[in-house]
Design a protein around this ligand. Structure first.
Ligand code: ATP
Ligand code: MG
Length: 457
């Protein structure tokens, strides 16, 4: 609220969608408003950006660009920029459609559908009566009791407005009680809380607030390469990084015929869901069969998983170097499976000099599943097609692999490490998943599935 006050004197800029930012004055907006009396608007509040000190302006600009890009295909929308917020005027666009987009935008803290009305008291009163009338009709009856509880709060960012934030609720409350006999004031736990914000751009009436994506705007925190399997965890790990403003690329290790085309399709579909949040996700599909077979044929069963993961990190490191990516990430969470102990992370992590980020480390499995459901990856992750690791999972893996033992085992295996990595990299497939395009299909349908069964089951 402090910010609101400071900035109530700032000049806000009005943007028209899909044309280059055209400056119009707030006064012109006010004139428009006077003709229309009520403008359907969405108040969009930015998130943690204010913590970013001198980067603030740049982050805010990025935020506005991201929101406009995400709403580009709604040509009727117009945008008015405020400090730490944006007003999206609907001009007939259905709120539900705009809402579905805004919920997925990172850096966006919350948003409220609102009515924007002129500064004249009569306009406000008339609109408030109508607003409450409409809202009350949508409220459920309170256990069959006709009485409905409400309160009015106000915020006055425009200091020249003649009524204070204490006076506005009193004055409006009185009129509302007169007009709607079923209403009763309850300031602590009302069924309906009307908010009135008085600003340069007009007066805003609203009573609902929805959560945005939270975190930081996309594209403000650098790039990370995620090791993406078909499981539940790694897509969630990717989502947490997107939410911090990170641009995501992903790598999947595919080992046909041990892993099916459906498993590959799963990963493509998961990367596509991440792209619906992150605009674009570049996915590298690395052939891993030769490496897996070589490990299986030359090393002790108990070490298979550890050595396999080390190869994944080595290849991921090479991709990261090419793409100027400074960190890798996995879906590991401490203690979840045998390979996810601290010793294991130490020994596997030693295969790369890059930092390995593990955003899920502090989460319980139930929390990860809940998040996977909310972001739309869960149903894909539970499709019954395993990634490359399951067939090679030893009956009794080492849970505390010592780095020295593993180094020695790799050395003695006589594997052509450099050659195998080169071949994997040169046969790698690259797919770019885009929010606006459907995910490509690689799985050819039941015929392929039948053939796989014939061959390998
Ligand atoms: P997930 O649910 O992400 O598959 P998990 O709980 O099954 O994880 P592991 O199988 O131990 O755990 O894998 C740990 C991490 O290693 C995964 O989260 C993922 O980041 C990476 N990983 C495993 N298999 C692959 C693969 N085939 N391709 C790319 N990354 C992989
Ligand atoms: Mg897995």
């Amino acid at each position: 609220m402090g910010n609101d006050r400071i900035n109530s004197d700032h000049n806000e800029t009005v943007y028209q969608n899909d044309t280059a930012s055209t400056d119009r004055s707030v006064r012109a907006e006010q004139a428009n408003l006077a003709q229309k009396s009520v403008e359907q608007t969405v108040i969009v509040r930015f998130g943690e950006l204010s913590l970013k000190g001198k980067n603030h302006a740049q982050f805010e600009q990025q935020m506005v660009n991201n929101i406009r890009a995400r709403l580009k295909d709604f040509p009727a929308l117009t945008f008015i920029r405020g400090h730490n917020r944006l007003y999206v005027q609907l001009n007939g666009t259905p709120f539900a459609e705009v809402r579905a987009r805004l919920e997925k935008i990172f850096g966006l803290k919350s948003f409220s559908p609102a009515w924007r009305v002129g500064l004249a008291w009569d306009d406000l009163l008339k609109a408030a009566l109508q607003y409450v009338d409409e809202a009350l009709q949508k409220l459920p009856f309170n256990d069959g009791v006709a009485e409905k509880t409400f309160k009015v709060s106000a915020r006055r960012a425009l200091k020249s407005y003649p009524y204070t934030s204490q006076e506005i609720p009193q004055m409006l409350g009185r009129e509302l009680l007169k007009r709607f006999p079923a209403l009763k004031v309850d300031v602590h736990n009302p069924q309906f809380a009307l908010m009135v914000e008085v600003r340069r751009e007009g007066i805003f009436l609203y009573h609902e607030t929805y959560a945005g994506g939270g975190g930081f705007p996309l594209g403000t925190s650098g790039k990370v390469l995620l090791l993406l399997s078909g499981g539940i965890d790694s897509p969630v790990a990717g989502w947490y990084m997107l939410r911090k403003g990170i641009t995501l690329e992903a790598v999947y290790f595919h080992a046909p015929p041990y892993t099916s085309e459906q498993a590959k399709q799963k990963v493509i579909d998961l990367a596509h869901v991440l792209a619906t949040w992150g605009e674009r996700v570049k996915l590298y599909i690395v052939p891993f069969t030769e490496i897996q077979e070589a490990i299986r044929d030359t090393t002790k069963e108990a070490y298979l998983t550890t050595i396999m993961r080390r190869y994944m990190l080595r290849i991921a490191t090479r991709i990261a170097e090419r793409e100027k990516i400074l960190a890798l990430a996995t879906g590991e969470s401490l203690g979840q499976v045998a390979s996810q102990t601290l010793e294991s992370m130490h020994t596997i992590g030693a295969a790369t000099y890059l930092p390995v980020l593990r955003p899920l480390l502090g989460f319980d499995k139930t929390e990860i599943i809940e998040r996977a459901r909310a972001i739309g990856t869960y149903d894909i992750s539970i499709r019954p097609y395993d990634d490359c690791c399951v067939l090679f999972t030893p009956g009794a893996p080492v849970t505390r692999p010592k780095k020295g033992d593993i180094d020695l085992a790799e050395e003695r295996s006589g594997m052509d490490e450099a050659g195998m990595i080169e071949r994997a990299l040169s046969d790698m497939e690259v797919i770019v998943l885009d929010r606006k395009k459907p995910a490509p299909r690689v799985y050819g349908g039941p015929v392929v599935e039948e053939r796989l069964k014939e061959l390998y089951l």
